[in-house]
Design a protein around this ligand. Structure first.
Ligand code: SF4
Length: 166
């Protein structure tokens, strides 16, 4: 596996399923012409991500960057809050990476279709969470084989369903 940067998208996938993150990191995508595959969340989220206008800072792709009362605020927009914990980790990862660049910011998770917004701050506990997660992602992605399939609530609509459970 070539040397790679942990990205926010990978954090999001890893938090949902480490096996899925392994596939994504290697750009292994299911056969799009296979009528048996339900792309569900994979496609929905991909289309949704593509429609967003992103701001790129180094290896980070941010949905929103604004200033509020003298503070830099970055936002991550998601279609649904069903995978809120993964979205929270993704945003914490961005805040952490910005901090490494000397940029202090606070985060906002946005679910426009549900008219919800949540503030996210990078405190010491969150820093430790991100560091541990980054380490785990590197370990998993660098493994020769993917982690074994483990049933999670997302399997039903996962694009890799056939590869894990057929
Ligand atoms: S089907 Fe389930 S176990 Fe397999 S990659 Fe998708 S979420 Fe992970």
């Amino acid at each position: 596996m070539e040397k790679f940067h942990v990205t926010g998208t990978l954090v999001w996938y890893y938090h949902i399923c480490p096996r899925e993150a392994w596939f994504m990191a290697r750009q292994i995508v299911p056969d799009e012409d296979d009528p048996n595959i339900d792309y569900g969340r994979f496609l929905q989220e991909k289309v949704y991500q593509r429609e967003k206008k992103e701001i790129t800072i180094g290896h980070l792709k941010l949905d929103i960057m604004k200033s509020n009362s003298g503070k830099l605020v970055i936002g991550e927009i998601k279609k649904s809050s069903a995978s809120k914990e993964s979205a929270r980790m993704q945003l914490l990862f961005y805040l952490y990476e910005l901090k490494q660049m000397g940029i202090e910011a606070v985060g906002e998770l946005l679910f426009p279709e549900e008219r919800r917004k949540e503030k996210i701050e990078l405190d010491q506990q969150a820093i430790e969470e991100v560091e541990s997660l980054k380490k785990k992602i590197m370990e998993v992605v660098n493994q020769v084989f993917p982690p074994p399939a483990k049933k999670v609530r997302w399997c039903r609509n996962c694009a890799y369903n056939e590869m894990c459970w057929a």
